[in-house]
Design a protein around this ligand. Structure first.
Ligand SMILES: C[S@@+](CC[C@H](N)C(=O)[O-])C[C@H]1O[C@@H](n2cnc3c(N)ncnc32)[C@H](O)[C@@H]1O
Length: 256
């Protein structure tokens, strides 16, 4: 089955993060596949719909909602992730078989940028590999939470000539990697910044780009408790939190 698709990065929260290229791509799509990740993420679901309403001329398109299953956390991380991806792949296969025709264009609206901690391209590639579908897709880059964090704090991500590491809270909770340079931490459900050195600088942001955005910056030893407090209050109030932060060793310097 031949299918034409576009994977569109929509930025992380502010509808104005949607690029001109993304707007053009939105206007080529006939069917949008909109993931539902449970009640607590309803805000993100609404934002995807708002982007369609705001940027698409006319109403010659349809939205197909689908539920994303919860990932099991019972087994080993890598096997839980691959089992979850297989489930999501089966859902995509059904959508591609039943909800879109050969002469239409399907669209996936990806939070932030599709290249960063997002499985959409990997799932489409694995569907292509089955041979059951002949998928032709393009990818429109989006403003990632990492770019948005740096812009909102007005800070460069790397030190002069130094590396930048982007990693997860799960890995940071096992210790910072050696020679990592500055470190951006994402997907941190366990407050990994609790166990890193007090002398590191931190630029922290939650719900970046949205009306609920919270930013805190300083020496970790000075602001750790504040971040813990605002993070847990925000999670209690909204039911979910998405945060990203930059950890930097040493004093501030220009970066390039
Ligand atoms: C599954 S990853 C998706 C990343 C996304 N593709 C990107 O380009 O930013 C989800 C993680 O992105 C980060 N994130 C996404 N949106 C965010 C936002 N508005 N504010 C802060 N962090 C965000 C958080 O670290 C969250 O745990």
């Amino acid at each position: 089955m031949k299918r034409t698709l576009t994977v569109i990065g929509i930025g992380t929260g502010n509808p104005e993060y949607v690029t001109v290229q993304a707007v053009k791509a939105l206007n080529r799509v006939s069917v949008f596949f909109i993931p539902n990740k449970g009640d607590d993420k309803a805000d993100l679901h609404h934002l995807r719909r708002e982007i369609c309403d705001r940027y698409i001329e006319g109403d010659n398109y349809r939205l197909v909602d689908f539920d994303i299953p919860e990932r099991s956390k019972a087994g080993k991380y890598t096997s839980d992730v691959s089992a979850w991806r297989a489930e999501v792949r089966a859902i995509y296969e059904r959508l591609l078989a039943e909800e879109i025709g050969e002469d239409e264009v399907g669209g996936f609206l990806v939070w932030g940028d599709p290249s960063l901690y997002d499985g959409t391209m990997g799932i489409l590639d694995s569907i292509n590999a089955t041979g059951r579908f002949d998928l032709d897709y393009d990818v429109i880059p989006g403003i990632s939470s990492v770019s948005a964090l740096a812009a909102r704090h007005k800070v460069a991500l790397n030190r002069i000539g130094q590396p930048l590491t982007i990693t997860t809270g799960r890995l940071v909770s096992q210790g910072l990697p050696p020679d990592a340079g500055n470190v951006v931490v994402m997907l941190d459900s366990r407050d990994a910044f609790r166990n890193v050195d007090d002398d590191l600088g931190i630029h922290w942001g939650a719900y970046i780009g949205t009306e609920d955005e919270i930013l805190v910056a300083g020496k970790l030893g000075d602001v750790r408790e504040e971040i813990e407090r605002v993070r847990s209050a925000a999670r209690k109030e909204k039911g979910w939190v998405m945060d990203t932060y930059l950890l930097s060793p040493g004093a501030d310097e220009d970066a390039s």
